[in-house]
Design a protein around this ligand. Structure first.
Ligand code: ZN
Length: 147
């Protein structure tokens, strides 16, 4: 069974010292059935479909610099990741509160709409019957002219 329809995105491995290192994945797995994209930005939409192609790619200057930058900014990524986790957590709470508020407001709107319909039914009948009267009188006027 094959589920992947998009190319997978490459992510480097981490060695025992915590450094990002390149490791060319096996292209014989279902995960890479649609190829592999590299986020280093050398060739943005390029999809690599073989071990040999990707091995050649990781030796390019842009890819090597990208990996070097990842290692240089490693500590910052950790801090950034913690901040993002906090933001996601507080936004989940905010969304929960807003959903509750929305449900309450929808219930209020439904209730008030029902009340409004109840109040408006008699006046709707009156106004439509007065319209009918007006129509009748103009119809009578027409009849009188015809005669
Ligand atoms: Zn790359």
């Amino acid at each position: 069974m094959e589920l992947a329809t998009e190319p997978d995105t490459y992510s480097p491995n981490i060695d025992d010292k915590g450094n990002y290192i390149d490791k060319v994945p096996s292209f014989h797995t279902n995960a890479l059935a649609n190829g592999l994209r590299c986020p280093c930005g050398t060739r943005k939409d390029k999809v690599y479909t073989s071990h040999a192609m990707f091995t050649a790619h990781i030796k390019t200057k842009t890819h090597e610099k990208w990996l070097q930058d990842l290692n240089t900014n490693r500590a910052n990524f950790y801090i950034e990741n913690q901040k993002l986790k906090d933001i996601v957590h507080s936004q989940k709470i905010m969304i929960g509160k807003l959903e509750l508020e929305l449900t309450n407001k929808n219930m209020t709107i439904d209730y008030l709409t029902q009340q409004l319909v109840k109040i408006n039914i008699p006046s709707t009948l009156t106004s439509s019957s007065s319209n009918m009267n007006r129509n009748d009188s103009s119809a009578n006027d027409m009849i009188m002219f015809d005669i």
